[in-house]
Design a protein around this ligand. Structure first.
Ligand SMILES: [Zn+2]
Length: 385
């Protein structure tokens, strides 16, 4: 049987002799990051193969994709990554490490894509899974197959918690590593204590940074209590803040929106955030928004941002004609739910962007940011244009 007729996930028997739909890898030329995400998720034998060979000859069957990634006509969404029935612990660990590249680094990737297929690229901008996509979630092996959406189940679980800054600023990858290191030191101090009566806390799944908070799943109330006490002892790596533990369900719900910035000349995402934050400070708290990705526009200075916007702020935006002040004018936020409300809606054609610019294919990343506790100021918006 030739290798492109069966699934390359180790141990997967689904496609053998059956009519299981097989999916090609993302193109390593134009979508390298997602290609790598697949590669690391699957691991094992294919790691040693040339990218091109994998793209041409290796396939992944449908059973590894969550429903939210499935599209019409047996296609999968262009942001799909295999997460189901994978070689367990390996996949989640590596997925996380791939997704967490600093945004700056992503932006500097050469845009090798000459394909400016409008349909593909627009779909890329709006066809995004619900925020569960990057959420810390337990190892597949530990998770019973709940009937409902797993993300919802996790959100409703009081033992699924988030370590965050107070005030609520986004934790960066570096800060997250520092914090996790300190938690581990405390953990080891407990584990290697000579006193046999000291109980060790237990956790489930994979601790990871997502939406600017560190998501963890405590095994029981004891672990939760231990974590709360431990976090109190740890100094926040961000001056002026302290670390707190909250339930994941208390972390902000976000909806996705895209905004096109026509003159992203300095290529510095943080300066862009600061600019947006300060210019709109009376109306929005841009620091509370997450930046999921930024796509450069070839042949221009533009960049399209995919943002996770806290619900209250998104509502406020909609009341303000979706307008954000920017430099000497304004830019407009388009919401995915303007077009389609279903999380798993896929393959949608176009966004009616105010500017009809072409879009490049550039990888995704996460960029966490903070304060969502503050309700949007109802205040005056003195017109940005
Ligand atoms: Zn398979």
């Amino acid at each position: 049987m030739s290798s492109d007729k069966h699934c390359c996930v180790p141990g997967c028997k689904e496609s053998r002799g059956m009519r299981q739909v097989l999916h090609r890898f993302p193109n390593p030329e134009s979508d390298r990051e997602r290609f790598n995400t697949w590669l690391y998720a699957i691991g094992s034998g294919i790691m040693g193969l040339e990218n091109d060979h994998i793209f041409k000859y290796r396939r992944v069957c449908r059973t590894h994709f969550e429903d939210k990634y499935l599209c019409r006509n047996n296609k999968i969404s262009i942001i799909a990554v295999p997460t189901l029935n994978m070689p367990a612990s390996l996949s989640l660990k590596r997925l996380t490490s791939v997704e967490r590249k600093p945004l700056q680094q992503i932006l500097e990737l050469p845009s090798s894509s000459s394909s400016s297929s409008r349909q593909t690229n627009c779909a890329r901008s709006v066809c995004v899974p619900a925020s569960e996509g990057n959420r810390a979630r337990p190892d597949v092996s530990l998770t019973p197959r709940e009937g409902g959406k797993r993300g919802d189940v996790l959100r409703s679980n009081d033992l699924c918690v988030a370590v965050r800054f107070d005030p609520y600023l986004g934790i960066t990858e570096e800060q997250s590593q520092l914090i996790q290191k300190k938690i581990m030191e405390e953990y080891d101090a407990t584990v290697f204590l000579d006193d046999p009566n000291v109980r060790t806390p237990a956790f489930r799944g994979k601790t990871s940074l997502s939406d600017g908070v560190i998501k963890m799943w405590c095994e029981d109330e004891f672990a939760l209590d231990w974590l709360r006490r431990t976090i109190k002892k740890i100094d926040s790596p961000l001056p002026g803040t302290k670390l707190v533990v909250c339930r994941q369900k208390e972390t902000p719900q976000r909806i996705k929106g895209t905004v096109y910035i026509p003159d992203f000349t300095d290529g510095d995402v943080d300066r862009l955030r600061i600019r947006l934050h300060k210019t709109n400070a009376d109306t929005y708290n841009i620091n509370s928004w997450c930046l999921y990705s930024a796509q450069r526009t070839p042949g221009s200075d533009g960049v399209r941002l995919l943002l996770g916007i806290p619900i209250q702020e998104a509502e406020a935006l909609k009341q303000k004609e979706r307008r954000l002040r920017y430099k000497l004018g304004s830019v407009y936020v388009m919401f995915a739910d303007d077009i389609e409300t279903e999380d798993n809606s896929c393959g949608m054609a176009t966004i009616n962007a105010p500017n009809d610019e072409p879009q490049p294919a550039i990888s995704w990343s996460m960029y966490g940011s903070g304060d969502v506790s503050r309700p949007p100021a109802p205040g005056i918006h003195p017109g940005g244009r």
